[in-house]
Design a protein around this ligand. Sequence first.
Ligand code: GTP
Ligand code: MG
Length: 204
Amino acid sequence: MEIINWKELLYPYAQTVDELLLKFRSLDKECRQLGIYSPIDSVTGRLKRPASILEKAGRKQISPDRIEEEIEDIAGIRILCQFVEDIPKVIEMVRKRKDMTVIEERDYITNTKPSGYRSYHMIIRYPLFTALGEKTVPAEIQIRTNAMNFWATAEHSLRYKYSGNIPQDLQDRLKNCAEAAFHLDQEMATIREEITNAQRLNEI
Ligand code: GTP
Ligand code: MG
């Protein structure tokens, strides 16, 4: 079997995570400095670990020499929003950018996963200028509210504890938690709208 040089393979992806973090965090910072509303609450990023890359390659029957082409989430960032209405604004921000190309969008907010998972995923291709030359790499951007993130991170760590096989009754209860988290988002949206309307009336 071919030995993978992880350092060499992961370097461009690590650089991609760094650059994407800087770019999206700067947008948020700029909004705060200008005193305009930012649809971004926070941004985190991560590089997929070699063990998870190999696990995914095995699960999806991807041969080692196809890893770079076919695993699109080696570089990943997560943009968290305060309100559900901020999500389309962030999506538009990503679509409009000229320094990255969106190649796929998956709307798990409209099409909630059977687990209860909600999030908006965008797969982009990002051009990098490395010491070895120009290279375009895929990256995954996950956009979700803090409530969706609270559920997804907790569910992920529980799934990990059960090595993926969570008993059905617990899966059902987790799904109820996802619905409760989404209810929170919807109620917040309603309250926000009422506050905004009240403010407008005061201004007249
Ligand atoms: P993998 O799930 O990583 O194999 O990717 P995929 O190609 O099947 O893409 P998919 O869009 O299904 O999931 C991509 C990512 O979304 C995952 O790596 C997780 O971060 C997240 N995700 C998807 N489904 C769930 C879920 O049920 N629970 C949690 N916590 N996260 C999920
Ligand atoms: Mg999946």
